[in-house]
Design a binder for this molecule. Structure first.
Ligand code: GLN
Length: 246
């Protein structure tokens, strides 16, 4: 295993919308600000390189057209390596379209079904009306401070959790997974799925550190040194206030 902290970016050319790239920058910078070396391993279509070295995988969102272009590749070339890496303690953050394809399937509004890889116990079926707007969530991650997460959603998919997956949190503002059961996202093993774009991690540095700290555990890493997150948390607070005004 390389000493360099590795962020594995799944389909950067196709699954990357609504600022998702900001999550990659945040992970890399927060690792480097702790004096560690960091690198990004781009995992496009086709056979993938050393996925065993990856500490955190990021899988962004994409419209139905992009999901149609990659779901076969995900099953053929990434599924087993992802399962192995997660089993070995690697973390995964998946947003919207990426989140949907880590589940059992995503069915479009026209009834087309894209089989997922079943790494998380969720299924998604698109509705006619898109869910668009700010999202505020009270998270279920133990000890995460603040206990809120903020982001932006834009999806037609309605996601339902099976017994093996637990929600990332409870919706305070927005639609979340399906607009009815007040849940947002999911957590299962080292995988976090969410509908929050924005991008998510720049305004939620506490979630970025949660992923980094868990990934470093398998390298014997301990608590992360403190960073001055006043700018990030000011942006977080601003979204909270805007949500309350609405
Ligand atoms: N195409 C999916 C949907 O509409 C995902 C969209 C996205 O990634 N923002 O639900």
């Amino acid at each position: 295993m390389t000493q360099t902290f590795t962020v594995g970016w799944l389909y950067p050319d196709l699954m990357n919308i609504y600022g998702d790239r900001g999550n990659i920058l945040t992970l890399v910078k927060r690792v480097e600000w702790r004096g560690l070396e960091a690198r990004v391993l781009e995992l496009g279509r086709g056979a993938a390189g050393a996925m065993d070295d990856v500490d955190v995988f990021f899988f962004g969102g994409g419209q139905d057209r992009e999901q149609a272009l990659i779901y076969d590749d995900l099953r053929e070339f990434k599924q087993h390596a992802l399962q192995r890496a997660v089993g070995d303690g690697a973390q995964v953050l998946a947003v919207c379209g990426g989140y949907q394809l880590l589940g059992h399937y995503y069915q479009t509004a026209d009834g087309e079904r894209y089989d997922g890889i079943g790494l998380i116990d969720v299924k998604t079926e698109a509705g006619k009306k898109r869910f668009i707007g700010d999202v505020v969530v009270r998270t279920e991650i133990d000890g995460l401070t603040p206990s809120t997460l903020v982001g932006f959603e834009n999806h037609s998919g309605r996601t339902f959790l099976g017994p093996a997956a637990k929600p990332l949190g409870k919706v305070i503002q927005g639609k979340g997974n399906n607009g009815s059961d007040k849940t947002e996202g999911c957590m299962q093993d080292g995988i976090i799925g969410t509908y929050m774009h924005g991008s998510l991690l720049p305004k939620n540095p506490h979630l970025a550190d949660h992923l980094i700290a868990r990934a470093l555990r398998r390298r014997g890493g301990g608590a992360l040194s403190h960073l001055d997150d006043s700018a990030e948390l000011a942006a977080h607070g601003w979204i909270l206030q805007r949500a309350q005004r609405r």
